[in-house]
Each structure stands twice: as structure tokens, then as C-alpha cells.
Write a protein that binds this ligand. Structure first.
Ligand SMILES: *[C@@H]1O[C@H](CO)[C@@H](O)[C@H](O)[C@H]1NC(C)=O
Length: 251
């Protein structure tokens, strides 16, 4: 299997404008109908594969259906000889505010571990063409992880990055604990993952940290699954869905 070495370089786009850098849209029809994303080929030569996350009411929360569609669109662009690079973007308000917590609320440890829950998200990081995340607004939890799976992040001035999973009694499960250390350095990454605090585009533009990504991701995924065996994870996600403050018991 050939795939590019991925490193998430956080680049700051100087203007405050929306980070969509490309024009001349043409409808991209070969992927069939998409429910959660808009897919087009853009640019003067139609050589940019453009994927816009499109669940505005849910601030582009990354439900399973959405991530499956992103995978399908990436598959199509990867084999399309016209496409040289791929852009994934959201809206001005939210790149993606997180994973879909309602879908996770009642999952058990056994289901997560047995089905290797979230493993298919990794498709974004194995595409053989450069993938650019154009981010404005919230890139939180799974949204931050999705952006970091891309090769380059262009962040607008309203971009906010964070891994607030700790506030739901769980941990990042799609590479957040591993890629964040490389993107912003170990110290800031630990602060973000342990407190759930957000950072803006300026703060994100920092140093790099190298470890074995595959091993780290494997361990992270299993620890993420393990949080589904705790009462606090269930309480954290239930409180989120019920829009109330979580009452954690440390168990
Ligand atoms: C999870 O389970 C609770 C209690 O059994 C139920 O009230 C709730 O609707 C379920 N949540 C989802 C998203 O299915």
C-alpha cells in the first residue's frame, strides 16, 4: 500500500475571509447523490476536488453517514486523473463542531472495540493526493482530528481548534492525541486534551513533534474504546445530549 507521509502543517491564512480559495464551480456528478456533503470539481482546469461538509443545523457534526460520504468522495477523486489536489471545508461558522455525540451516547465498550469504532475515518489520511483542510469557525473534537488528517490546514481568523472530549468523559479517538502533539507541540497538546480548552489559528501555528504515528494511533483508539466501559463516559455524553451539566463520579 502506497500512501504519502502525512504531517499536519498548520498554516495561517492572513485575510479574515472565508478560506475557500478556489472559484469556477462545476458539478461533480460521478459520485452519485450525497446527503451530508457537497462535492464539486473546481479551479480553472477543474483539477481541484472540493468537498464541503454540509450539515448546517448540526454545525457539521460528523455522523457516520457523513464520514462514509467523505470516504466515497475521496475514493472518486483519488482515481480521477483530472484531480491534482483535494480541499475539505465546512462553513464560516463551523468546519465541524465534533463527532455526532447522539450516535455514541449508548454505545458499549464491546461494540466499540469489536467493530473498531471510527477506524474508517482514517481514509482521509491515506489518500494518495494532497488533501487541504480549509478551516473557519469550530474545528472541535472529531472536526479538529479531521483537519489534522489532512496534509495542510489553512485556518481563517475565526478558526478555533480544540479537543474537548474530556468534558464528555472520553478522549479523542481519531488521532487527536497523536497528531496534535505533532501540530502544536507536546506541551500545548497535553494542555488542550487534558482541559478541553480551545486555541485560535494564531496559537495553532507552532512547532512540530515526531513519534511513531501508527503505533500511537492504535493505542489511542483502544484507550478511546476503553472509555466506553466507564460510567463517566456514559454520563458525559448523556448530559451533552440532554443539554445539562455532567455529574462525574470518577468511575
Ligand atoms: C440512549 O438511552 C436512553 C435510555 O435508555 C434513551 O432515553 C436515549 O434516547 C438513548 N439515546 C439515543 C440517542 O438513542
Amino acid at each position: 500500500m502506497a500512501f504519502l507521509c502525512r504531517s499536519a502543517a498548520l498554516l495561517l491564512k492572513p485575510s479574515g475571509a472565508a478560506p475557500a480559495v478556489l472559484s469556477t464551480a462545476r458539478l461533480y456528478s460521478s459520485g452519485g447523490q450525497y446527503e451530508y456533503i457537497l462535492v464539486e470539481k473546481r479551479g480553472e482546469k477543474n483539477n481541484v476536488g472540493f468537498i464541503q461538509l454540509n450539515r448546517p443545523k448540526a454545525l457539521n457534526a460528523l455522523c457516520d453517514g457523513l464520514m462514509k460520504e467523505v470516504g466515497q468522495a475521496l475514493d472518486a477523486f483519488e482515481v480521477d486523473g483530472d484531480v491534482g489536489a483535494i480541499v475539505i471545508t465546512g462553513s464560516d461558522r463551523a468546519f465541524a463542531a465534533g463527532a455526532d455525540i447522539k450516535e455514541m451516547q449508548n454505545r458499549t465498550f464491546q461494540e466499540c472495540y469489536g467493530g473498531n469504532f471510527l477506524a474508517h475515518w482514517n481514509r482521509v489520511s491515506t489518500v494518495k493526493k494532497p488533501v487541504i483542510a480549509a478551516v473557519n469557525g469550530f474545528a472541535l473534537g472529531g472536526g479538529c482530528e479531521l483537519a489534522m488528517m489532512c496534509d495542510i490546514i489553512y485556518a481563517g481568523e475565526k478558526a478555533q481548534f480544540g479537543q474537548p472530549e474530556i468534558l464528555l468523559g472520553t478522549i479523542p479517538g481519531a488521532g487527536g492525541t497523536q497528531r496534535l502533539t505533532r501540530a502544536v507541540g507536546k506541551s500545548l497538546a497535553m494542555e488542550m486534551v487534558l482541559t478541553g480548552d480551545k486555541i485560535n489559528a494564531q496559537e495553532a501555528k507552532q512547532s512540530a513533534f515526531e513519534l511513531t504515528l501508527a503505533e500511537g494511533n492504535r493505542l489511542e483508539k483502544r484507550l478511546f474504546h476503553a472509555t466506553f466501559a466507564t460510567d463517566d463516559r456514559k454520563e458525559g455524553m448523556t448530559a451533552f445530549v440532554e443539554k445539562r451539566k455532567a455529574s462525574f463520579q470518577d468511575k
